[in-house]
Ligand binder design. Sequence first.
Ligand code: BGC
Length: 246
Amino acid sequence: MKVLGIDIGGSSIKGAPVETGTGRLLAGRFKIETPLLLSPAEMADAAGMIATHFRWRGPVGIGFPGVIHGGTILTSANLDKKFIGCDAIKLFGKGTGRPVALTNDAAAAALAEMTFGAGRNFGGKVLLLTLGTGVGSVLFFRGALFPCELGHLQMDGRDAERRVASSVKRRKDLSWKEWGRRLSRYINILEGLFWPELIIIGGGVSAKHAKFFKYVKPRARMVPAEFLNEAGIVGAALWAEQERRA
Ligand code: BGC
């Protein structure tokens, strides 16, 4: 099946058509930078621009950086608070003019990695973290994927994502070593709670894993996401396909 996958992030929205049988992008991704906070209507228009760019006539899957129940957005830590309570299926359905399925952005990334990427064929307990504007988190075990909000666990008296997201490294100009050590402490806390056997690190910064993995000392095996920054797009498309079959 061909699905347009769209990944909404804290600083951009990007999308590409995906072949869901292989996880391959059918065309180069189209990205719109969003340096200013977009309102829900503006974000829906941006999603519409992506659909128009690809002259898209098929279904659309969207990953959103917040808690999603059904088609409703319940939290929006790093985007406009007006998203909270939005019927996102309706909002983005109107924006794109296509049938839309919605899931959490990290859940989308995990779906891509567990199906075609770093976690394929792995039978044990997996923790996937996406490091970007915020920290996305998902647990996976025996085919079941559980979206979490571990970026909001308290660390040093504040939301952990305010300490370890890759946006914090940039904003505070932390060295790879300083940031890597913080991340190590955070991951050790999560390991004490969940005892994953495999940790997958996603988000844009995963492309630079060689620079910081050496400072992170997990108990589990830790690997970068294979889809790197495209996991969210691919996974959003896979999610839409699953929803259509359900
Ligand atoms: C949000 C999560 C999201 C993560 C990564 C957090 O601030 O609460 O829902 O998955 O950022 O975007």
